[in-house]
Design a protein around this ligand. Sequence first.
Ligand SMILES: [Zn+2]
Length: 89
Amino acid sequence: MKELSKEEKEKIIKVLDERGAKLPCPRCGNNNFTLLDGYFNQTIQTEMKGMVIGGPSVPSAVVACSRCGYLSQHALGALGLLPKEEVKK
Ligand SMILES: [Zn+2]
């Protein structure tokens, strides 16, 4: 799996900063975070039983607290970072 490029990571960090996502960790109050080297792409499920694979999903950037490991997910669509053809209606 390819890791995110330095440019991709810098862009995500820049947008998060611009949108004001810079409060301390909500769990432990730490101020140091690491941006994961890849995306989460969780699928949206509408049934409690079973699991649909390949349906709609939410590609997200993930930030981990460097002290307690708390993970924050930021939807790339909301950040304006999805390529046009991947934006869901
Ligand atoms: Zn923390």
